[in-house]
Design a binder for this molecule. Structure first.
Ligand code: ADP
Ligand code: MG
Length: 494
């Protein structure tokens, strides 16, 4: 057997460079043969591959869910009216604060809208800990208030904000809320791994306002939006061909502009039926509870059942950054249990739930070396595991299957909106954001390929592009639009 002694180096996501000098001969360990890995791969290919026909069936069911959500409240896909009336003109101006309580970070921004689709932004980010996500809601909002106070103090000190000035604020809160007006939102349910008690069922704007006044923050909450609606508005601000926005980050969601006459559930509000309103689909909930349409594998079912919200966010759990790494990890753990891989090695590190970040899938897929040095680095550095080339190729192929399925399912969601709104012929631009979309190699290409599988050649008319910052710029534009609207006395109670 050939010796695998050698040395090489690899740069990890943490920025560290790892150098290897292999001293042990991995082939001495009882590794699976190339042929056996190929047999396993075929099994997973069958599980994770979606035919165009299957995709079209999903699109049809998805369209029905979207329609149902617009017609009645309390549906699986909630299709939330946002009270963002129509598109921005691009001429919105002024200074605004924007706060984004994201799945991973809390971000606070000072946004200067200069008109003509132009803006400036100053921002600060604060990492949210897993504990904070589970702490009492009041504490979580208190943390937001504290961070915002520190930020406004710092921009007063730097001279960017004059003392005693109170700025209008757009609050981006990307969890499903039912809204009766733009500065109100009752949290329907936490998603993306949050579980802070005493928040579901409450008005998060009120909770947020309380924390602002407690910390003396010079801000007035004008609008509550979600990252997705913000992305729709921000992308349209700079590129008016944008008709749909999607987020592929910790979670997964879409928003688009709907005609008020096609939102039967808000008919009682007496809004001009010809007016338009942005809809926050909260499409991550598609096919929840019943699980009739989506191709769930046993790994997906495990993720669902062991999550803090079983049954919920069925679509999101197949797609978003929070879960893709975990899907791959569960497959690897099963193969460990079956004695297929890592026999004789200590596997406790990879057996820790959620220890395999989705960023690893990105890195594995983009490894340019023949030896798959990046894959070596991930398994040895983070999990203390030795791999053979055959295993590394197998793991990379698995990552490809999981990543590709996520992109193709995303294409199904986009296709449902396109088809419902009749955008296929004229074509449209889809603003997309989130680490998965921005960093996962080939994610956008796979969405486009999926759209062509669904629609044929015409699928080329639908193009995704990297969106403008929705939770900073978008939220500020929404605040600006809302102020203008209310100053004009248009639906000022909404
Ligand atoms: P948020 O959802 O809080 O707005 P992001 O858009 O940055 O934040 O998404 C964070 C998610 O993206 C995490 O689940 C993380 O695992 C995943 N992620 C981070 N980096 C990458 C990457 N390079 N490739 C794929 N996924 C990534
Ligand atoms: Mg985000």
């Amino acid at each position: 057997m050939a010796s695998r002694r050698g040395s090489s180096s690899v740069t990890l996501p943490t920025g560290h460079t790892l150098a290897y000098t292999r001293t042990s001969e991995v082939d001495d360990l009882p590794h699976a043969t190339k042929k056996k890995m190929a047999d396993h791969l075929r099994r997973f290919e069958t599980m994770f591959t979606m035919t165009p026909q299957r995709m079209r069936m999903i699109v049809e069911a998805f369209k029905d869910s979207l329609e149902l959500g617009l017609s009645k409240s309390g549906q699986v896909v909630p299709m939330i009216p946002t009270y963002v009336f129509g598109w921005p003109s691009g001429e919105e101006t002024g200074e605004f604060l924007a706060v984004d309580l994201g799945g991973t970070n809390l971000r606070v921004c000072l946004v200067k809208l200069n008109g003509g689709g132009k803006f400036e932004i100053t921002q600060a980010k604060y990492r949210l800990t897993e504990e904070q996500k589970q702490e009492d809601g009041e504490k979580l909002f208190d943390f937001c208030g504290k961070c915002l106070k520190a930020f406004t103090d710092s921009i007063v000190e730097s001279g960017e904000l004059s003392k005693d000035r109170i700025l209008p604020l757009g609050f981006t809160f990307s969890y499903p809320c039912s809204q009766e007006k733009i500065d109100h939102g009752t949290l329907i349910r936490w998603t993306k791994g949050f579980g802070a008690p005493n928040t579901e069922g409450r008005d998060v704007v009120e909770m947020f306002r309380n924390s602002l006044s407690q910390h003396d923050v010079p801000a007035e909450v004008v609008a509550l939006t979600c990252d997705t609606t913000g992305t729709l508005i921000a992308s349209h601000y700079v590129n008016p061909d944008t008709k749909i926005a999607c987020i592929f980050g910790t979670g997964c969601n879409a928003a688009y502009m709907e005609r008020v006459r096609d939102i039967p559930k808000i008919a009682h509000l007496g809004i001009d039926p010809e007016a338009e309103m942005a809809i926050n689909c909260e499409w991550g909930a598609f096919d929840s509870f019943e699980h009739e349409h989506l191709p769930r594998t046993k790994y997906d079912i495990t993720i669902d059942e062991t999550s803090n919200k079983p049954g919920e966010q069925a679509f999101e759990k197949l797609i978003s950054g929070r879960y893709l790494g975990e899907i791959l990890r569960l497959i690897i753990c099963e193969l460990i249990d079956e004695g297929v891989v890592f026999l004789g090695q200590n596997t406790y590190k990879i057996e820790i739930p959620y220890s395999f970040d989705t960023a690893f899938l990105s890195l594995m897929e983009s490894d340019p070396t023949d030896e798959l040095l990046m894959v070596i680095g991930i398994f040895s550095h983070f999990f203390a595991l030795e791999t053979t080339l055959a295993e590394r190729q197998f793991f990379r192929a698995l990552a490809r299957l999981v990543g590709r399925r996520a992109a193709r399912l995303s294409a199904c969601g986009i296709a449902a909106i396109v088809s419902k709104m009749g955008y296929l012929e004229e074509g449209c631009s889809v603003g997309a954001d989130g680490s998965l979309y921005n960093k996962y190699p080939g994610f956008a290409d796979r969405i486009h390929e999926g759209l062509q599988d669904i629609f044929g050649e015409k699928g080329r008319n639908i193009v995704t592009h990297h969106a403008e910052d929705g939770s900073g710029i978008g939220s500020a534009i929404v605040a600006a639009m809302t102020k203008l609207r209310k100053d004009q006395g248009l639906y000022s109670n909404l």
